[in-house]
Write a protein that binds this ligand. Sequence first.
Ligand code: GDP
Ligand code: MG
Length: 163
Amino acid sequence: MSNIVAIVGRPNVGKSTLYNRLTETRKAIVDDFSGVTRDRHYGTSEWTGHEFTVVDTGGYVANSTDVFEAAIREQVVIAIEEASIILFLVDVTTGITDLDDDIAGLLRRSKKPVFVVVNKVDNNNQQVDATVFYSLGLGEIYNISSMTGSGTGELLDEMVKHF
Ligand code: GDP
Ligand code: MG
Protein backbone atom coordinates (compact mmCIF):
# COMPACT_ATOMS: atom_id res chain seq x y z
CA MET A 1 0.00 0.00 0.00
CA SER A 2 1.16 3.52 -0.72
CA ASN A 3 -0.39 6.82 0.38
CA ILE A 4 -1.43 5.81 3.85
CA VAL A 5 -3.08 8.45 6.01
CA ALA A 6 -3.27 7.58 9.71
CA ILE A 7 -5.64 9.41 12.04
CA VAL A 8 -4.28 9.49 15.59
CA GLY A 9 -5.42 11.24 18.74
CA ARG A 10 -6.88 10.60 22.13
CA PRO A 11 -10.35 9.10 22.57
CA ASN A 12 -13.44 11.14 21.70
CA VAL A 13 -11.79 13.79 19.54
CA GLY A 14 -13.71 12.50 16.50
CA LYS A 15 -11.27 10.14 14.75
CA SER A 16 -13.94 7.66 13.69
CA THR A 17 -16.29 10.43 12.56
CA LEU A 18 -13.55 11.84 10.32
CA TYR A 19 -12.63 8.36 9.08
CA ASN A 20 -16.24 7.69 8.12
CA ARG A 21 -16.44 11.01 6.32
CA LEU A 22 -13.22 10.37 4.36
CA THR A 23 -13.71 6.73 3.41
CA GLU A 24 -15.92 5.18 0.81
CA THR A 25 -15.13 1.52 1.27
CA ARG A 26 -14.09 -0.21 4.45
CA LYS A 27 -11.90 -3.26 4.23
CA ALA A 28 -12.69 -6.14 6.53
CA ILE A 29 -10.08 -6.64 9.19
CA VAL A 30 -8.59 -10.11 9.60
CA ASP A 31 -9.10 -11.10 13.22
CA ASP A 32 -5.79 -12.90 13.70
CA PHE A 33 -4.10 -9.79 15.11
CA SER A 34 -2.97 -8.52 18.48
CA GLY A 35 -5.19 -6.08 20.38
CA VAL A 36 -3.63 -2.88 19.09
CA THR A 37 -3.50 -4.12 15.50
CA ARG A 38 -7.11 -5.28 15.62
CA ASP A 39 -8.03 -1.86 16.92
CA ARG A 40 -7.17 -0.27 13.56
CA HIS A 41 -9.56 0.17 10.64
CA TYR A 42 -8.47 0.65 7.04
CA GLY A 43 -10.60 2.28 4.36
CA THR A 44 -9.99 3.68 0.92
CA SER A 45 -10.54 7.20 -0.27
CA GLU A 46 -9.91 9.47 -3.24
CA TRP A 47 -9.48 13.22 -3.67
CA THR A 48 -8.87 15.05 -6.96
CA GLY A 49 -7.64 11.83 -8.58
CA HIS A 50 -5.35 10.80 -5.71
CA GLU A 51 -6.20 7.47 -4.11
CA PHE A 52 -5.21 6.77 -0.54
CA THR A 53 -5.85 4.50 2.42
CA VAL A 54 -7.17 5.96 5.66
CA VAL A 55 -6.40 4.31 9.00
CA ASP A 56 -8.62 4.89 12.02
CA THR A 57 -6.82 4.08 15.24
CA GLY A 58 -8.59 3.17 18.47
CA GLY A 59 -6.66 2.78 21.65
CA TYR A 60 -9.39 1.26 23.79
CA VAL A 61 -7.52 -1.95 24.34
CA ALA A 62 -7.45 -1.94 28.13
CA ASN A 63 -9.21 -0.36 31.07
CA SER A 64 -6.44 0.80 33.38
CA THR A 65 -5.35 4.37 32.63
CA ASP A 66 -1.70 3.38 32.24
CA VAL A 67 -2.32 0.66 29.69
CA PHE A 68 -4.88 2.85 27.98
CA GLU A 69 -2.30 5.59 27.40
CA ALA A 70 0.29 3.00 26.41
CA ALA A 71 -2.11 1.68 23.76
CA ILE A 72 -2.59 5.16 22.32
CA ARG A 73 1.17 5.72 22.26
CA GLU A 74 1.61 2.39 20.49
CA GLN A 75 -0.94 3.43 17.85
CA VAL A 76 1.07 6.61 17.29
CA VAL A 77 4.33 4.66 16.96
CA ILE A 78 2.76 2.30 14.39
CA ALA A 79 1.37 5.30 12.50
CA ILE A 80 4.80 6.95 12.41
CA GLU A 81 6.20 3.74 10.90
CA GLU A 82 3.51 2.87 8.37
CA ALA A 83 1.84 6.14 7.35
CA SER A 84 2.77 8.57 4.58
CA ILE A 85 0.87 11.31 6.41
CA ILE A 86 -0.31 11.54 10.01
CA LEU A 87 -3.44 13.45 10.94
CA PHE A 88 -3.16 14.40 14.61
CA LEU A 89 -6.74 15.05 15.59
CA VAL A 90 -7.48 17.35 18.54
CA ASP A 91 -10.71 18.80 19.92
CA VAL A 92 -11.36 22.55 20.04
CA THR A 93 -13.97 22.11 22.77
CA THR A 94 -11.44 20.73 25.28
CA GLY A 95 -8.27 22.56 24.26
CA ILE A 96 -4.89 20.90 24.77
CA THR A 97 -4.86 18.04 27.29
CA ASP A 98 -1.85 16.26 28.86
CA LEU A 99 -2.38 13.33 26.52
CA ASP A 100 -2.38 15.70 23.52
CA ASP A 101 0.97 17.07 24.73
CA ASP A 102 2.29 13.55 25.11
CA ILE A 103 1.25 12.55 21.58
CA ALA A 104 2.64 15.82 20.17
CA GLY A 105 6.01 14.97 21.75
CA LEU A 106 6.12 11.65 19.89
CA LEU A 107 5.06 13.25 16.63
CA ARG A 108 7.59 16.10 16.81
CA ARG A 109 10.32 13.46 16.69
CA SER A 110 8.88 11.75 13.59
CA LYS A 111 10.11 12.58 10.10
CA LYS A 112 6.65 12.06 8.59
CA PRO A 113 4.41 14.98 7.63
CA VAL A 114 2.08 15.69 10.55
CA PHE A 115 -1.11 17.70 10.13
CA VAL A 116 -2.60 19.16 13.31
CA VAL A 117 -6.32 18.87 12.63
CA VAL A 118 -8.54 20.76 15.04
CA ASN A 119 -11.92 19.06 15.02
CA LYS A 120 -15.36 20.19 16.21
CA VAL A 121 -14.85 23.69 14.82
CA ASP A 122 -18.57 23.83 14.03
CA ASN A 123 -18.89 27.64 14.01
CA ASN A 124 -16.81 30.75 13.35
CA ASN A 125 -16.24 31.69 17.03
CA GLN A 126 -14.36 28.43 17.49
CA GLN A 127 -11.84 29.42 14.79
CA VAL A 128 -10.31 31.75 17.38
CA ASP A 129 -10.29 29.08 20.12
CA ALA A 130 -8.47 26.75 17.71
CA THR A 131 -5.37 28.97 17.58
CA VAL A 132 -4.13 27.58 20.95
CA PHE A 133 -3.15 24.43 19.07
CA TYR A 134 -0.25 26.25 17.38
CA SER A 135 1.51 25.86 20.74
CA LEU A 136 1.78 22.09 20.14
CA GLY A 137 4.79 23.04 18.04
CA LEU A 138 3.77 21.05 14.97
CA GLY A 139 3.23 23.93 12.56
CA GLU A 140 0.08 24.82 10.67
CA ILE A 141 -3.33 23.87 12.05
CA TYR A 142 -6.35 22.78 9.99
CA ASN A 143 -9.73 23.58 11.47
CA ILE A 144 -12.50 21.18 10.52
CA SER A 145 -15.87 19.92 11.60
CA SER A 146 -16.06 16.21 10.92
CA MET A 147 -19.74 16.45 11.69
CA THR A 148 -20.58 19.01 8.98
CA GLY A 149 -17.59 18.44 6.69
CA SER A 150 -16.54 22.09 7.00
CA GLY A 151 -12.81 22.58 6.33
CA THR A 152 -12.21 19.03 5.12
CA GLY A 153 -11.80 20.09 1.48
CA GLU A 154 -8.97 22.50 2.35
CA LEU A 155 -7.32 19.80 4.47
CA LEU A 156 -7.53 17.24 1.65
CA ASP A 157 -6.09 19.75 -0.85
CA GLU A 158 -2.99 20.09 1.37
CA MET A 159 -2.75 16.35 2.09
CA VAL A 160 -2.67 15.25 -1.53
CA LYS A 161 0.34 17.52 -2.20
CA HIS A 162 2.37 14.93 -0.24
CA PHE A 163 1.36 11.97 -2.46
P1 GDP B 1 -13.02 8.95 18.47
O1 GDP B 1 -13.10 8.34 19.83
O2 GDP B 1 -11.83 9.85 18.37
O3 GDP B 1 -13.10 7.96 17.36
O4 GDP B 1 -14.28 9.94 18.36
P2 GDP B 1 -15.69 9.70 17.65
O5 GDP B 1 -15.59 9.82 16.18
O6 GDP B 1 -16.29 8.46 18.20
O7 GDP B 1 -16.49 10.99 18.16
C1 GDP B 1 -16.62 11.29 19.54
C2 GDP B 1 -17.80 12.22 19.73
O8 GDP B 1 -17.53 13.48 19.14
C3 GDP B 1 -19.08 11.71 19.09
O9 GDP B 1 -20.16 12.02 19.95
C4 GDP B 1 -19.16 12.51 17.81
O10 GDP B 1 -20.48 12.68 17.34
C5 GDP B 1 -18.57 13.83 18.23
N1 GDP B 1 -18.00 14.58 17.09
C6 GDP B 1 -17.16 14.12 16.14
N2 GDP B 1 -16.86 15.09 15.25
C7 GDP B 1 -17.52 16.20 15.66
C8 GDP B 1 -17.62 17.55 15.17
O11 GDP B 1 -17.04 17.94 14.15
N3 GDP B 1 -18.37 18.41 15.90
C9 GDP B 1 -19.02 18.04 17.02
N4 GDP B 1 -19.75 18.96 17.66
N5 GDP B 1 -18.98 16.78 17.51
C10 GDP B 1 -18.24 15.88 16.84
MG1 MG C 1 -13.13 5.88 17.34
